[in-house]
Design a protein around this ligand. Sequence first.
Ligand code: MN
Ligand code: MN
Length: 463
Amino acid sequence: METLFYKKHYIWEKINKEMKEEVFKVAGDYKKFIDASKTERLSVNEIIRQAKEAGFKNFKDQDKIKHGDKLYYINKEKAAVLVVVGKDDIEKGMNIVGSHVDSPRIDLKQNPLYEDHGITLLKTHYYGGIRKYQWVAIPLALYGTVVKENGEVIDIAIGDDENDPVFYITDLLPHLAKDQNDKKLSEAIEGEGLNVIIGSLPAEGKDDEKKFKLNVLKILNEKYGMIEEDFLTAELEIVPAGKARDVGIDRGMIMAYGHDDRVCAYTSLRAILELDSPQKTAVALFADKEEVGSNGNTGMHSMFFNNMIAELIATINNGNYSELLLKRALENSHMLSSDVAAGVDPTYPQVTEIQNAAIMGKGVSLVKYTGSRGKSGANDANAEYIGKLRKLFNENDVVWQTAELGKVDQGGGGTIAYIMANYNMDVVDLGVPVLSMHAPYEIVSKTDVYMTYKAYKTFYNNF
Ligand code: MN
Ligand code: MN
């Protein structure tokens, strides 16, 4: 009778001593990756650095492409694609794992700098679905890219080196927070209240009207050659300061900024870097702008992936391009939309329907449909495709579970799955369960990280 029941397992129940060591090894490597990847641009940098080290070549430099070639493609420094060319013709379809490398954060406004009561601050506009009250009174770092009028590009990174200063958004003291305490949680901190402290000393010398702001500009000018107008042509991001840390006395979990979705980016990166000679062409896709709807030329609604595959087909066929081959290549493909799932939080179990929710440590989470209130906006993967994945994972000891994003009518969300499904390829969401998603620091289980990497590698090698 036992086998008639479906039962989920904790990964720990199914692994031996060597695998436990492997779990901690992968987790350690992941922590280094995420510490180097605080923004979408830095994530792409780190992905390409590791790809080059593993022998991947710039796709744009290739005249001929053949089976076994390992290629990378960068789209505007914020999105990337890695390809390992398979034995089968590409029009038979690719095995694609697609994640996103942008994470919720606080962007600087175009003209951000001002002084008020002896403090110099930066105006901001938050990016993605943050709960604003979580981002005040914590150490923050400043990252980004400034383009000067002469075209020179300056990279800025302040706040993560232990000798760096950090930045800070203030909150009210409890003694004077009566009015704020009476507000709804979602309204207690306003968007225009996320002002970041960047300085508090006046410039020396004559008694200028804006000498506090001037002092910050002088420091920026000395360090980076910047003038205030350079802020207009910059992309500067405020993110939590600090490195990834183990959580718990047994070190079973990792706390870091940006697990959503850099944990799926890392596990798919690791899987594709270890590939040698796959039957089907393997693709790891690292998109930008998922957290704000996948728009813009680096988001998945952009044609960049479509165009890149068109170029790939043309190069494989010695310059002969056929639109029909492109359509076949995309339509015959299979994709794992690799994004994080909401894990069951023991402190807030009431928002999830436990039988259909991801349990931390019970494996990589397959989400058939996302959407909200009646599956609105969902991709809703086909049972036939999930059936093939089920067989593949069960035969290869991939510990997996199905998951849904919370109780029906409690909320919802989406990923890049529905966009890729427009090519008529089979797509399903599959990724790491996370606690405190979109908070400055999120939590994952090391076992789930390992099992997600194993799932992607199995998919590339055997699907
Ligand atoms: Mn995500
Ligand atoms: Mn997200």
